[in-house]
Design a protein around this ligand. Structure first.
Ligand SMILES: Cc1cc2nc3c(=O)[nH]c(=O)nc-3n(C[C@H](O)[C@H](O)[C@H](O)COP(=O)(O)OP(=O)(O)OC[C@H]3O[C@@H](n4cnc5c(N)ncnc54)[C@H](O)[C@@H]3O)c2cc1C
Ligand code: SF4
Ligand code: SF4
Length: 434
């Protein structure tokens, strides 16, 4: 896919960056990832006067500028009725991790973690590249390569905050054996672009798992969530969970007080619906892939029915490739996943909101272009069809006038400067480091 952007700095300045970190992997000498408080993880060019030619690979791997489904004919067993709105799906399953600790700690039913664990314990893979809380600043994230059950367990649960798992793809490339990659749909799309230009990475990416994603809230969102819990000093925070420990589980923040430590909680609706959702980066509003169309396997919540209080977690599992089919079947046979084959109709019934968001993308990107704002390109995505079939008349109109308004309120025609957010604790550490 050819890009009209000069470099990834411009992608970030024009608010098309998803924060995946693939550009930092592609050009480590030239690009580093920083956290921008109201935006997310963003690339920073280390040499301000750098030549665009030195960062050309960064644009080649960037999912922010657009995505492209392959030209080749789809596998005949692709489920036709799901294809236009949900991308290629070969099989739909519902179930959960067999390991009760993983199931309990995970976001949904722990399918992502259990499948990854199977790959390292039984399928001769080396590790899992994914995201976990930063131990020094627990309301920020870092990328980790987990090689044991304990490490995978410690990283369970969705983190509704900026994370760039592709920034450490070199760990996969250098690993002694293939690895699993877990990330958001845009993170996985970035790995597909990256493996196309890096044969060593291609060889070492053993399995890609994406989870469904409605959008990434900025760090400002997490700080606001912490404040809503009545915690005034974010620097007193010891741990942050957004979900898990039940289904969907509560957002829970543990913090230090004069008397010791205390935990405050918000329900999923109070944390996601009440705070975090409103802080999603702009790129998520024009995202055409919310369900991991480029992954081998994608997982989400089977929210097609009402969940009973205290019900243990369950996962909706989509097999999207032959490699994914083999991995899911082997993990099931080896007793890592308990799965039942499901009617494909449970996917649209579970994720109505994601279908509508994807539906709005055609109207939103068209409006952006008309008003001189940047918009991603999506090749071989039937976006007009989704817009036409998934939205009501009012929603169709909203996809135009709502976006026209946002072009101005979100300053989409301007070039934003990306200032790094340095948490006070990190600032103190830097100050004493010689
Ligand atoms: C930003 C965001 C938006 C989401 N939106 C939806 C939605 O619209 N619909 C829906 O059904 N579910 C959504 N989820 C939740 C997620 O798709 C499900 O919980 C999914 O079923 C995974 O559950 P699991 O129990 O298999 O995962 P787990 O076994 O708990 O594993 C979760 C994995 O995700 C990784 N991870 C966590 N946070 C991030 C992050 N921010 N970036 C990259 N990797 C991360 C962890 O490292 C871990 O490996 C969202 C999650 C996030 C982080
Ligand atoms: S989307 Fe990813 S590759 Fe593109 S600029 Fe942002 S961090 Fe870099
Ligand atoms: S909504 Fe799309 S662009 Fe935004 S974080 Fe999720 S997958 Fe990435």
């Amino acid at each position: 896919m050819r890009s009209t952007f000069r470099d990834v700095g411009e992608v970030a300045a024009r608010q098309l960056c998803c924060g995946c970190g693939a550009c930092a992997y592609a050009c480590p000498g030239e690009i580093e990832m920083i956290d921008v408080l109201d935006q997310g993880r963003r690339p920073r060019l280390k040499n301000a006067l750098g030549e665009a030619s030195r960062t050309a690979d960064a644009l080649k791997v960037c999912p922010g500028v657009g995505l492209e489904h392959p030209r080749e004919k789809r596998a005949p067993e692709v489920i036709r009725e799901l294809l236009p709105t949900w991308g290629p799906v070969l099989e739909v399953w519902e179930g959960h991790a067999v390991d009760p600790e993983i199931r309990w700690a995970s976001s949904s039913g722990g399918a992502a973690s259990a499948l990854a664990l199977f790959c390292i314990e039984r399928a001769d893979m080396h590790g899992v590249l994914h995201v976990a809380a930063r131990p020094d600043v627990p309301y920020l994230n870092r990328t980790v390569l987990s090689t044991s059950r304990e490490e995978i367990l410690a990283a369970t649960g969705s983190r509704y905050a900026p994370a760039s798992p592709c920034d450490e793809l070199h760990l996969v490339e250098e690993a002694p054996r293939p690895c699993v990659f877990i990330g958001k749909p845009c993170d996985v799309a970035a790995t597909v672009k990256a493996r196309a230009i890096r044969p060593k990475l291609d060889e070492k990416l053993g399995l890609t798992i994406a989870f469904f994603c409605a959008g990434t809230p900025s760090t400002r969102g997490t700080l606001e969530m912490i404040r809503r819990m009545g915690i005034d000093d974010p620097e007193s925070v010891v741990s942050v969970r957004y979900r898990g420990m039940g289904w969907p589980g509560k957002a829970a923040v543990r913090f230090r007080t004069e008397a010791g430590e205390e935990t405050r909680e918000l329900t999923y609706d109070q944390s996601w619906g009440g705070v975090l959702e409103k802080h999603r980066q702009w790129r998520c509003y024009v995202c055409a892939d919310h369900t991991g169309e480029f992954a081998d396997v994608s997982v989400g919540d089977p929210w097609y029915r009402k969940i009973r209080a205290g019900e243990p977690g369950r996962s909706l599992v989509l097999v999207r490739s032959e490699r994914g089919r083999r991995a899911v079947a082997a993990a099931r046979d080896a007793g890592y996943l308990r799965l039942d084959r499901a009617d494909p109709a449970i996917l649209p019934a579970s994720q109505r909101e994601l279908a509508r968001t994807r539906g709005a993308v055609w109207g939103r990107t068209l409006t952006c272009r008309l008003f001189g704002a940047a918009a991603p390109r999506f090749d071989r995505f039937p976006l007009f069809w989704t817009w036409w079939t998934q939205l009501s008349l009012k929603e169709k109109a909203q996809s135009f006038y709502g976006t026209a308004k946002r072009v101005f309120t979100k300053k989409l025609r301007q070039r934003l400067t990306c200032e790094p957010y340095v948490p006070p604790r990190a600032r103190e550490t830097t100050a004493v480091t010689p």
